[in-house]
Design a protein around this ligand. Structure first.
Ligand SMILES: Nc1ncnc2c1ncn2[C@@H]1O[C@H](COP(=O)(O)OP(=O)(O)OP(=O)(O)O)[C@@H](O)[C@H]1O
Ligand SMILES: [Mg+2]
Length: 228
């Protein structure tokens, strides 16, 4: 059985801005096992978000290739890729990106409605049960503006889970929260994904949160912290 979650081989990213050439990183290779939780650490501006966007197919590398959830991302059309991302990947960001004109429940339902393989009633039920697991049963009908930052982030985690993704990508999921809420969110993520054996790739500045991961990969040193 294929035990690979994500494999990046020799990826580089260069931005061309007029005649300025900005190389963010070169020749990065990284391999993440299925079901493994990996934290990516690196200083601000080192390219963590860029790398995460490349691993998830949101952005294309200038060179190199990425295989995620069994597919080579560079071989897919944009259309296939967005379908694949919706089905196989979940995303949690620092600034939540909930849609303000929709309730918490509707925000959680949206990725499933976009994929449209289940009936709306089924999707609603699943979304409600995820909100419940996030401790937000009473907030389902609230709009994002009526929720605290920590609550909004929990809604966005529920949204990331609605399609049962194989891989969850998190970019500084606690970056906008105070310490104790940040730790609470991180524990919630950890509990959930250990339980469900999902592959998790998480960018974080926070060493305490990185410490919850199975392995920590350092973008500057280009290696896993414990040498593996
Ligand atoms: N579209 C773009 N065009 C040109 N340069 C870009 C573009 N996107 C990002 N960069 C540059 O790439 C570098 C890495 O950015 P990135 O957002 O990946 O860093 P990061 O490690 O996530 O930083 P932070 O911890 O602050 O979020 C930065 O210097 C940034 O200015
Ligand atoms: Mg970033």
């Amino acid at each position: 059985m294929n035990n690979l979650g994500i494999e990046a081989s020799g990826i580089s990213k260069v931005y061309l801005d007029g005649n300025r050439r900005l190389e963010i990183f070169r020749d990065v290779s990284l391999s993440i096992k299925k079901g493994e939780g990996v934290a990516i650490l690196g200083p601000s501006g080192s390219g963590k978000t860029t790398l995460l966007n490349i691993l998830s197919g949101l952005d294309a590398p200038t060179e190199g290739r990425v295989v995620a959830a069994g597919e080579e991302l560079g071989r897919m059309s944009e259309n296939e890729k967005s379908h694949f991302r919706n089905k196989k990947m979940g995303f949690v960001f620092q600034f939540y990106y909930l849609l303000n004109e929709f309730t918490a429940l509707e925000n959680v339902m949206l990725p499933a409605i976009a994929g449209a393989t289940e009936h709306r009633d089924e999707i609603r039920k699943k979304a409600l049960s995820l909100l419940e697991r996030m401790g937000l049963a009473e907030r389902a009908a609230h709009f994002p503006s009526e929720l605290s930052g920590g609550e909004q982030q929990r809604v966005s985690i529920a949204r990331a889970l609605i399609n049962d993704p194989e891989i969850l990508f998190c970019d500084e999921p606690t970056g906008n929260l105070d310490r104790s809420m940040g730790l609470e969110i991180a524990k919630l993520l950890e509990k959930f994904f250990k339980e469900q054996k999902k592959t998790v790739v998480m960018v974080t500045h926070d060493e305490r949160i990185a410490a919850m991961a199975d392995r920590v990969w350092d973008l500057v040193k280009r290696s896993y912290k414990n040498g593996s």
